[in-house]
Design a protein around this ligand. Structure first.
Ligand code: CIZ
Length: 303
């Protein structure tokens, strides 16, 4: 017997479902029932009959799944798997911003804690950020916590944007110099980048999009070589879904340690002991849920 078989057995015995983010280790993606971005995974969690969801991702993602499916048991296999970007803003910061900019709408990126989401008006993902901001009645928008995504959105809206100064350390690593070098080496390659990257990098891109957008772009774009500007985990799925195409990772430093805490060992232990269970106080869960539901309503409206 090996660990993969043991996990599969335990999963079916406990009627659990395993969800893995696009940035997870290859072996975790391979054993998962669904692989996707945080929002796709939360929807998968809501649509499953399984009563136990093992969320192989980071804390804010597991929290989002729990908010959407409060009656299900949501497990995060390694309690250390956090998000430095999400940790760059606290609920008190949002309260202060509201006092400073009365009347401004508050938009939070999905990379925020449940407690921060509870203080905001509407949530967004990297793929819905522009349409969410443009859907608001208010002329002034507070956008948090990612400064790079905020700056990117500000170029595609007439709203006055107040942008929190947070950033994802993994995406911040990538420089324009790295890309210029790679473009020289692979002149025919398309460069596709995540909007959490710096402005100087985004300016060089052929396409700026979320992880699910990167996966779609690689499938539909005619080119056979791509430079990928996001966390390395996505290269596994890109390779599987696009035989014959070549994917060059933009920087070996774009590796999220938090995502990599989850291993086959910690996944097995999590299923076995049913740890670490996500608990969110009812009041926070309800208010954060309303923030997420407003994003869904905005997406439905914009088609
Ligand atoms: O929402 C996600 O999963 C994140 C953090 C990034 C993305 O673009 O998918």
């Amino acid at each position: 017997m090996n660990l993969v078989d043991d996990i599969k057995k335990l999963k079916s015995k406990k009627k659990a479902v395993i969800l893995a983010h696009n940035y997870q280790r290859p072996e975790i993606q391979d054993i998962a029932d669904f692989v996707g971005d945080s929002f796709e995974l939360s929807l998968a969690a809501a649509n499953t009959d399984a009563s136990i969801i093992v969320f192989c991702g980071v804390l804010f993602m597991a929290e989002t799944a729990k908010i959407i499916s409060p009656l299900k048991k949501v497990l995060l296999p390694d309690a250390r798997a956090g998000c430095p970007l999400a940790d760059m803003i606290k609920p008190e910061d949002v309260k202060k911003l509201r006092l400073e900019y009365p009347g401004a709408a508050v938009v939070c990126y999905i990379n925020t804690s449940a407690a921060v989401k509870a203080e905001c008006d509407i949530c967004c993902t990297s793929s819905s950020a522009v349409s969410v901001v443009n859907s608001l009645d208010s002329d002034t928008v507070i956008f948090l916590p990612d400064r790079n995504l905020g700056r990117y959105v500000s170029g595609l809206t007439d709203k006055k944007m107040i942008i929190w100064n947070g950033y994802c350390p993994t995406h911040e690593f990538l420089s324009a110099e790295d890309i210029k070098k790679l473009k020289k080496e692979y002149p025919a390659a398309k460069f596709v980048v995540h909007p959490e990257c710096k402005e100087e990098v985004i300016k060089l891109a052929d396409e700026v999009t979320s992880t699910s957008g990167i996966l779609r772009y690689a499938k539909t774009e005619k080119s056979d070589t791509f430079i990928i500007g996001t966390e390395e985990g996505i290269l596994h799925r890109l390779g599987i879904e696009n035989p014959g195409k070549r994917f060059i990772h933009a920087s070996k430093y774009m590796m999220c340690q938090d995502m990599k805490y989850i291993t086959l060992d910690s996944l097995y232990a999590s299923l076995d002991k049913e740890e670490t269970e996500i608990h969110i106080p009812k009041d926070i869960s309800e208010r954060a849920g309303a923030t997420i539901k407003r994003m869904l309503a905005a997406a439905e409206k914009s088609g």
